[in-house]
Design a protein around this ligand. Structure first.
Ligand SMILES: [Mg+2]
Length: 267
């Protein structure tokens, strides 16, 4: 992990060193001509590597299995489903300077109770807290208004578990601890973003199990091409990360595109 950290520090320095070199050479025209190269270098420095995605995926799957196992000990009329969401799906996830990147993984309680008839949102949070339980790999587990957050000690990332109640995953209410079950559909946000990218993404990729192989195909054929808009989002998130403490958190970069409160949950 130490080696990874020092390599990453080196990657961060590369764009700055190259820019300084060009400035010292007084090749102003060359700087203009090579901006693309600088951005490309910066993109490769901040884009979450395939190696880290693989680790993230393995930890996520193991957490899901644990939640499913422990959930069976509880008495709920509803069934559980899980759906990936956010920057992990859109591949706009970055490796921030302090290494604390995250993955949002929606937990769906599927049932037919109206808002008035179902238990308080807190009961659903408590059920997930119980199911997450304790583990020596956790740094800590915290209950937030919009999700349960599991931070991992060794890997230095966290998994956010926003909790939803829905009669189907297409119509979810967020179990928010200080708001009354707001409508919040992260898949709609992904669909909106992917439409801007013109990537051919289909909501059914996430909603329907039978589409899984097509979803994987889309990931390897189209998403891997790394459209300009995905890179621009990473640059903005990287910039926001650089200014952390001076501006709102990185999630706020989505605000210029669309008010996020109606379409997604940013834990
Ligand atoms: Mg998050």
């Amino acid at each position: 992990m130490k080696q990874l950290a020092s390599n990453q520090a080196l990657e961060w320095e590369k764009p700055k060193l190259y820019a300084n070199y060009l400035l010292h050479q007084k090749h102003i025209n060359q700087i203009m001509a090579n901006c693309n190269e600088l951005f490309s270098l910066y993109n490769s420095a901040i884009k979450l590597s395939e190696e880290r995605r693989t680790i993230l995926r393995a930890v996520r799957n193991s957490l899901r299995k644990k939640i499913e196992r422990k959930f069976n000990e509880l008495i709920f009329d509803e069934t559980l489903e899980f759906h990936s969401q956010g920057s992990y799906v859109m591949d706009t996830i970055i490796t921030p300077k302090d290494d604390d990147y995250d993955l949002d993984y929606g937990v769906y309680f599927l049932g037919d109770k109206s808002k008035e008839d179902r238990p308080d949102a807190k009961e659903f949070h408590d059920a997930i807290l119980f199911a997450v339980g304790e583990d020596e790999s956790y740094a800590d587990v915290t209950d937030k208004d919009t999700c349960v957050r599991v931070r991992y000690d060794k890997e230095k990332f966290h998994i956010d578990l926003p909790i939803y109640y829905a009669d189907s995953p297409t119509n979810p209410n967020l179990a928010h601890l200080s708001k009354d079950w707001p409508l919040s559909n992260p898949v709609e946000f992904i669909a909106w973003f992917e439409e801007k990218v013109a990537s051919g993404f289909q909501k059914a990729f996430l909603y329907e199990r039978r589409m899984f192989s097509e979803y994987k195909q889309w990931q390897s054929d189209i998403r891997k091409e790394d459209a300009q808009l995905r890179r621009i989002v990473r640059y903005l998130k990287g910039w926001s990360d650089e200014l952390r403490g001076e501006v709102h958190t990185s999630g706020s970069i989505y605000r210029p595109f669309k008010p996020y409160s109606t379409v997604g949950c940013y834990c």
